[in-house]
Design a protein around this ligand. Structure first.
Ligand code: UD1
Length: 429
């Protein structure tokens, strides 16, 4: 298993290019299952989750060509099976995004029920209930969700989600695009990734209005066609690099990003004392303010408020801010796994239920630590960059799921970071 060896204490300086959004590319790839024609996607990040999603499409019978590294041409003409096996679903929950498109186009789908994961139980009950409202018969057979549209086609319906769900909204939006009649989704997730998916679907011929707001209206169409689309920049990668500049007392120009997608993060970090200047629509200049960092509380909420996917990185930053801050996690029940590893580096953090109280500023010193999930790994890298001495982070396969060439990007702005590949462990895998 690969590890990162980081020698901390260097200020990061220079320019960093943001990749395409993993959480947008994943549903957009799945959307290609809705049509026999070719869907071309640009700016698809080269990360492990996208390789897995591509494998899922190929297993189903689609052809995926990559004429250039970040361009995928997907043709789901000869779909042979309607099943996403456990082997794939267990490595990547986003495989459940195959359910909506398969059910809508072929009237049947079988996807392994994802189990819990490091950050919580993460059920998909809301997706399934919504499919039932669209007329599907849904059952659980030997750990698989089996869904069928009785007369071969889903029927539009009014769906009011009990709780805001990002992949739930995406799954239903894709399913309803080909359903008979109108669908209204209430309490829809408003993330930029939802808007991006809706834009692609509309280019494919769907009739979707209101994506990006809490009410989405969909007029189902008979068939969808091919389209070409460029994936939006990754807002969580952008936020992670803003914190990287601030935590190392450096100065980074962050390019090819969309500041409008992370307004809540930018506002909070400015409050904390990070100087963030919008050089233009796609470029940010970030540096730590002269007065240092001030502790401020944060609570994670669905978009447009502070994202849970930035909570771990924010906590790492708070270890370097003067004062006491409370980080409250409201989206997932077990998303503080990074705290115990930050404590190993010298942080002062007390956890009580869904609140973490961070006392800063603490001097961090390098130690061997373990990455537990994708964003937790990012927070450990950030902490290690500002810790004195060497930090060895194990299980970095988590970070490879969602951060494109992170070692290369960080090294290019002055970080002392290297990937250590343990060949003995790799051959044993
Ligand atoms: C997506 C993102 C993930 C992000 C999360 C919250 C992708 C691939 N992943 O995950 O990075 O952390 O949004 O912004 O885009 N819930 C239910 N039943 C359901 C569905 C969800 O109870 O059927 C609960 C979840 O357990 C959680 C909350 O709703 O407590 C939000 O989950 P959801 O928005 O669905 O997260 P994901 O779409 O899995």
């Amino acid at each position: 298993m690969d590890k990162f060896l980081i020698r901390g204490g260097r200020s990061l300086r220079g320019k960093i290019e943001i990749s395409g959004a993993k959480n947008s590319a994943l549903p957009c790839l799945a959307a290609a299952l809705l049509t026999p024609e070719t869907v071309t996607l640009h700016n698809v990040p080269y990360v492990k989750d996208l390789i897995t999603q591509r494998r899922l499409l190929e297993d189903l019978g689609a052809t995926v060509l990559t004429p250039e590294l970040r361009t995928h041409k997907i043709t789901a003409k000869n779909i042979e099976t309607f099943e996403a096996p456990y082997e794939l679903v267990k490595t990547m929950r986003a495989s459940v995004l195959a359910l909506g498109p398969l059910l809508a186009r072929f009237g049947q789908a079988k996807v392994s029920l994802p189990g819990g994961c490091a950050i919580g139980t993460r059920p998909i009950d809301l997706h399934l209930r919504a499919f039932e409202q669209l007329g599907a018969a849904v059952s659980l057979e030997s750990g698989d969700v089996v869904a069928r549209a009785p007369k071969g086609r889903l029927i539009g319906a009014e769906i009011a989600f009990e709780k805001v769900t990002v992949t739930g909204t995406e799954n239903v939006m894709m399913a309803a695009a080909l359903a008979k009649g109108k669908t209204i989704i209430r309490k829809a997730a408003q993330e930029p990734e939802i808007e991006d998916l809706a834009e692609l679907l509309n280019k494919m011929g769907a009739r979707i209005k209101g994506a990006g707001t809490s009410i989405i209206r969909i007029d189902g169409v008979e068939a969808l066609g091919g389209a070409e689309h460029t994936i939006i920049p990754d807002r969580i990668e952008t936020g992670t690099f803003i914190v990287a500049a601030a935590i190392t007392g450096g100065e980074l120009e962050i390019k090819s990003c969309d500041p409008g997608h992370i307004k809540a993060v930018i506002d909070k970090l400015r409050e904390v004392g990070v100087e963030i200047e919008e050089l233009n629509q796609n470029t940010l200049l970030v540096k730590c303010g002269a007065g240092g960092l001030r502790a401020k509380d944060v609570t994670t909420e669905p978009h447009p408020l502070f994202p849970t996917d930035m909570q771990a990185q924010y906590m790492a930053l708070m270890t370097q801010a003067e004062g006491l801050s409370t980080v409250t996690e409201t989206i997932f029940e077990n998303r503080f796994m990074h705290a115990s590893e930050l404590i190993r580096l010298g942080a002062n953090i007390q956890i009580s239920g869904n609140k973490a109280v961070v006392q800063g500023k603490t001097r961090l010193t390098g130690a061997p630590i373990l990455a537990s999930d994708l964003r937790a790994s990012a927070s450990l890298v950030l902490a290690a960059l500002c810790a004195q001495g060497e930090t060895l982070i194990d299980r970095v396969y988590h970070i490879d799921r969602g951060y494109e060439t992170i070692v290369k990007k960080l090294s290019s702005v002055g970080a002392d970071i290297e990937r250590i590949t343990d060949n003995i462990a790799a051959s044993a895998d």
